[in-house]
Design a protein around this ligand. Structure first.
Ligand code: ARG
Length: 265
């Protein structure tokens, strides 16, 4: 009887161990091996973005491929790091919470490095210089600079630096939208007087959308650096990203990707 019991216990232990190994393998992301513990299995980098921010991240007309400057850059970074890139599309204000919940390994989303976000995530070295600009209807001569937004209705994307900055302009009425596409639609529909968004995104919209009745104002409100975010709990990730970025700069790959999306400008 005692012998039987012992056998049973051993079996239980083996089963438990097998389960634990499986669970460890299925945890997803990071530098884990696959379920069989095969070290040669491809490691997956779970990348989050808000794919409504051309020319940085957007989906092609068929809605399948993610494309843009950030997408090319992060694919190259992942490759340098020895990961397979797996891109997910989330709301912009859901990206940092998803990273904190370990549902993502990194965020690349035209995300500006700032102190508030730095409390929650690690940022890579800056990879792109940006700033906020205004778009208005061409026939609206009453708005020529940021301070003119006083008393005006302004569309911004939720959770962005645009939303933070326009809220500081006294007397400006801020209307927040889930996507930057919606902010442009609102201006077109006459629901707002202006859109505030990152300059390259405003410029790309004017260039590509075929709209002829809007203009981008010269003044830039801020100077911002974009960074790739990773978890504070995995500081080695930031180091690997920075090393990969450096390699891409040194090899000329970064310049190639930059030229593809921004020409020489
Ligand atoms: N640079 C701005 C920020 O960090 C806007 C980024 C919005 N990005 C996006 N993919 N929608 O707040």
């Amino acid at each position: 009887m005692v012998k039987e019991m012992k056998k049973f216990m051993t079996l239980c232990l083996v089963a438990l161990l097998a389960l634990a190994t499986l669970a460890a393998g299925c945890g997803g992301g990071g530098d884990k091996k696959d379920a069989k513990g095969d070290p040669k299995a491809e490691k997956v980098l779970r990348i989050g973005c808000n794919a409504d921010f051309a020319p940085f991240e957007f989906q092609d007309v068929s809605g399948k491929e993610y494309q843009g400057f950030d997408m090319d850059l992060i694919r190259a970074v992942a490759k340098e790091m020895g990961y397979k890139a797996e891109i997910q599309n989330l709301n912009f204000d859901g990206l940092i919470p998803a990273l904190e919940a370990d549902n993502l390994d990194v965020i690349i989303s035209g995300m500006t490095i700032n102190d508030e976000r730095k409390k929650k995530v690690d940022f890579s070295d800056p990879y792109y210089k940006s700033g906020l600009s205004i778009i208005v209807k061409k026939d609206d001569t009453s708005i020529n600079k940021f301070s003119d937004l006083k008393g005006k209705k302004v569309a911004v994307q939720i959770g962005t630096t645009s939303a933070m900055e326009v809220k500081k302009i006294e007397g400006a009425e801020v209307k927040e939208f889930n996507s930057s596409a919606d902010t442009f639609l609102e201006l077109k529909a006459g629901g707002v007087d202006a859109v505030v968004n990152d300059r390259p995104v405003n410029d790309y919209y004017i260039m590509k959308s075929g709209v002829t009745d809007v203009r981008r104002l010269e003044e830039l409100l801020t100077s911002e650096d974009y960074g790739i975010a990773s978890s504070k709990k995995k500081p080695e990730m930031k180091k690997q990203i920075d090393a990969a970025l450096k390699k891409l700069h040194d090899s000329g790959e970064y310049d190639k990707i930059f030229k593809k999306w921004f020409g020489n400008g």
